[in-house]
Design a protein around this ligand. Structure first.
Ligand SMILES: Nc1ncnc2c1ncn2[C@@H]1O[C@H](COP(=O)(O)OP(=O)(O)OP(=O)(O)O)[C@@H](O)[C@H]1O
Length: 265
């Protein structure tokens, strides 16, 4: 663990220790440990099948590792399901688009807010009392995100009719609506053209600057990773083979070997 200037150790927001995950005879994660520091963007890279999505799925409670420990802040979250992990402050965006395509942008963002609503979803459709006051407060939070992500003009548009780049931006908005302590992004740029990638990269940088939440990013586009990441962890065949700054990773012999023939500069 590298110390901050001034010798203070970094604050660890999320840590995974010695994770083991198997699917039958396949070892998807083999003794994998990572720490995510406050206010950093940690990229997780590796060739196809290296275990990146498996790691994200363990961190977010979707998969239960056979062994190992996961801590969010002070607390163990190992064994918790996705909803419990989300309620403790972990939000994620998904590969592809997991948003509700028949619902409008604003409705999708309100789904993200429901995690924080004391009144339940049914009550929130009643137009009286505490439910209304709560709804107004959540609307304000959602409006702030809409402005932040520059999606004002499409707030009432069904998400299914939007282009891919905008849909991914709404997915980011839904995750931000959870008001998370940490954000996991699983291949957010997959399937995007250069302009869409540049746009999303700008919003990721804005999120870091404005919200100061740590981000774990799984991404295949090495240009994006090298530009955005503070640190990079590299997986190969379910094992962590390297960890360091973009500069260190680019010249790491084990990383170059893992990617040989896959075009890492
Ligand atoms: N649900 C599953 N059932 C069986 N095997 C799985 C499952 N999920 C992942 N695996 C296997 O675990 C290994 C790691 O897969 P994983 O999807 O985590 O890799 P990845 O690094 O995310 O790959 P990619 O870059 O192609 O998305 C692979 O061998 C994969 O086939």
């Amino acid at each position: 663990m590298s110390d901050l200037p001034g010798g203070k150790p970094p604050q660890i927001v999320l840590s995974a220790n010695h994770l083991l995950l198997q699917f039958g005879g396949i070892v998807a994660l083999n003794d994998v440990s990572i720490d995510v520091h406050a206010d950093e963007l940690l990229a997780v890279i590796g060739p196809n099948g290296a275990g990146k999505s498996s790691l994200m799925n363990c961190l977010s409670g979707f998969y239960r590792p056979k062994a190992g420990e996961i801590r969010l802040g002070e607390h163990s979250i190992r064994g918790m399901g996705t909803h419990e992990v989300a309620a403790r402050g972990l939000a994620r965006t998904f590969q592809g688009t997991h948003i509700f395509s028949g619902m409008t942008v604003i409705e999708n963002l309100m789904v993200g807010r429901h995690l924080h609503m004391r009144t339940n979803l049914i009550q929130s459709f009643c137009h009286f009392g505490p439910a209304v006051r709560e709804e107004v407060a959540h609307r304000e939070a959602v409006e702030e995100i809409i402005e932040f992500l520059e999606i004002e003009s499409i707030r009432h548009v069904p998400v299914g009719s939007l282009g891919y780049g905008l849909r991914k931006r709404v997915d980011l908005g839904r995750a931000l609506a959870q008001d998370p302590k940490i954000l996991l992004m699983d291949e957010p740029m997959a399937g995007m053209n250069t302009e869409e990638k540049e746009d999303l990269a700008r919003f990721i940088l804005d999120v870091r600057e404005a919200k100061r939440i740590p981000i774990v990013l799984v991404e295949h586009d090495m240009g994006v990773v090298m530009d955005l990441a503070d640190r990079i962890a590299v997986l190969d065949f379910g094992k962590k083979i390297a960890e360091g700054t973009p500069k260190e990773i680019q010249s790491d012999p084990a990383v170059l070997k893992a990617y040989l023939g896959e075009g890492v500069a």
